[in-house]
Design a binder for this molecule. Structure first.
Ligand code: ATP
Ligand code: MG
Length: 454
């Protein structure tokens, strides 16, 4: 009831507004806890203000503060030009060619300072589907606000006066947990189709309801994503996967019909029943790590997402007569080649993925010096975590994971005893060896048999 009333009052007030003047809220009204604001962010806004400029926290940080969440990073918006910003700080770097922003560093802490962007003009260059290619003018704060994607992402907070400036009814939408595009959704998606992915990410991450007008065009407009440069899609996908709510995001993508034909990666992940349990476990553990503030490697994440595609090809290569180890490398090549092209996987990520995959058959060798050599592998931890996921998903016998857990924890004598111990599972040994060279004999079996020898 009360919520509805507030929404009505605020909604009315802002409808009458032409969005060039903000609704201004004091600390009593917005309830932001100043303790949640990083001292470095305050340093930046204060320095800018003392030099005579306007400066505010903006975007995700303000949204999170209003929700009582500690923001993971702070973006700052100002009317100072990048050059003017740079001069005020000892360690400040102008980044970007098209639209310059300034990175201000304090120790490890990085703050992004952006000059208010101007209204996008109809004359700005677009591709044949209406995607805006370049639009880099500076402008007023209200013009900056209208260019942002969602009402809840378009608020400004001044730490000095503890006021929130709200141009588009963001406060009301925060309170009613509504995700709403600023302006006409179709037009905003057309300008920048990446916003389709952003809807899904924020709805899942914040557990907000998507406003009907914002939601309705999504499925129809989904194919527009294909015209966006792969590197941008990749950045946005990475944000989605590293949001701490990756599982919820992927479920939401599916619900919105966005996974189909949108990204080759998602087709693979969401439509492969065999791999689904594995992916579910991988994402659940990634989400848990992120929520606990632990680091997550994108390489591990993508290695997990694409593993069952690798397994499928690995099996096929072996069925065609290839030895297991070369077969695995061929399968990895195939998968990485396709995905690098479409997803712009960075080289470092791709090489981490390959390492993690290539380590898997090595876990099956539990005799002689092999296990000791593997202990020295730089990425043992990632490879071992990956092995445990394979066990947990039922792809391979859990006994192998238990053996490695024991082996990693054991002392010298304990390790020798483990090596002397006969493996309980039938994964290693002659049976697998015989199957390997038989052409086409193995069908689409999961968890290919491994044997030693490279
Ligand atoms: P998170 O906390 O997940 O980083 P965020 O809102 O900070 O969320 P960013 O991707 O870091 O998301 O973007 C920062 C801000 O820049 C957004 O809050 C929004 O105001 C604006 N923004 C980012 N991408 C777009 C876009 N594609 N179209 C319009 N505005 C955008
Ligand atoms: Mg952000």
């Amino acid at each position: 009831m009360i919520k509805k009333l507030i929404r009505r009052i605020l909604g009315k007030k802002q409808k009458a507004d032409d969005h060039t003047k903000p609704v201004i809220l004091g600390p009593q009204q917005h309830g932001i806890d100043p303790q949640l604001v990083s001292s470095n962010a305050v340093r930046v806004t204060q320095t800018l203000q003392e030099a005579g400029f306007k400066a505010f926290l903006v975007g995700g940080a303000v949204r999170d503060l209003l929700l009582g969440i500690k923001p993971k990073d702070f973006d700052i918006a100002t009317d100072a030009t990048p050059e003017q910003v740079k001069r005020l700080f000892r360690r400040a770097f102008i980044i970007g060619k098209r639209f310059q922003i300034v990175h201000v560093m304090f120790g490890q802490d990085l703050l992004e300072v952006t000059t208010f962007r101007g209204a996008s003009s109809d004359g700005s260059p677009k591709d044949e589907h209406g995607r805006v290619l370049r639009d880099n003018t500076f402008g007023e704060q209200h013009e900056d606000a209208v260019r942002r994607d969602f009402t809840i992402n378009a608020m400004y907070y001044d730490p000095a006066t503890q006021t929130v400036l709200d141009y588009h009814g963001g406060i009301a939408d925060i309170r009613s947990k509504t995700l709403r595009v600023i302006g006409v959704p179709e037009a905003r998606y057309r300008e920048d189709p990446v916003r389709l992915l952003r809807v899904v990410r924020f709805a899942a991450k914040l557990d907000f309801t998507i406003d009907p007008a914002t939601r309705e065009p999504i499925a129809v407009m989904a194919p527009l994503i294909n015209n966006v440069p792969a590197a941008r899609v990749f950045d946005e996908m990475l944000k989605l996967l590293m949001s701490g709510h990756a599982l919820a995001c992927l479920q939401q993508l599916r619900k919105e019909g966005l996974h189909h034909g949108l990204l080759p990666l998602l087709d693979v992940v969401l439509e492969q029943p065999l791999g689904e349990k594995f992916v579910r476990l991988a994402l659940a553990s990634t989400d848990a790590r992120i929520q606990q503030g632990k680091p997550v490697s994108p390489g591990f994440l993508f290695a997990s997402l694409l593993w069952h595609q690798v397994v499928e090809k690995w099996t096929a290569y072996q069925a065609a007569g290839e030895y297991p180890i070369p077969a695995l490398h061929l399968a990895a090549d195939d998968v990485l080649n396709t995905q690098t092209e479409k997803l712009a996987l960075q080289r470092k990520i791709a090489s981490d993925m390959r390492d993690i995959w290539a380590m898997q058959p090595r876990f099956e060798r539990r005799t002689g010096k092999s296990p000791y050599k593997l202990l020295e592998h730089l990425r043992l931890r990632a490879g071992y975590d990956f092995l445990l996921l394979r066990c947990a998903s039922g792809e391979i016998d859990g006994e192998l994971g238990e053996w490695w857990t024991a082996f990693i924890e054991a002392d010298g004598a304990g390790r020798e005893a483990l090596i002397a111990q006969k493996p309980k599972s039938g994964n290693e040994g002659g049976a697998a060896k015989k199957r390997v060279r038989r052409r086409g004999g193995r069908g689409r079996q999961q968890g290919p048999a491994i044997e030693s020898g490279e």
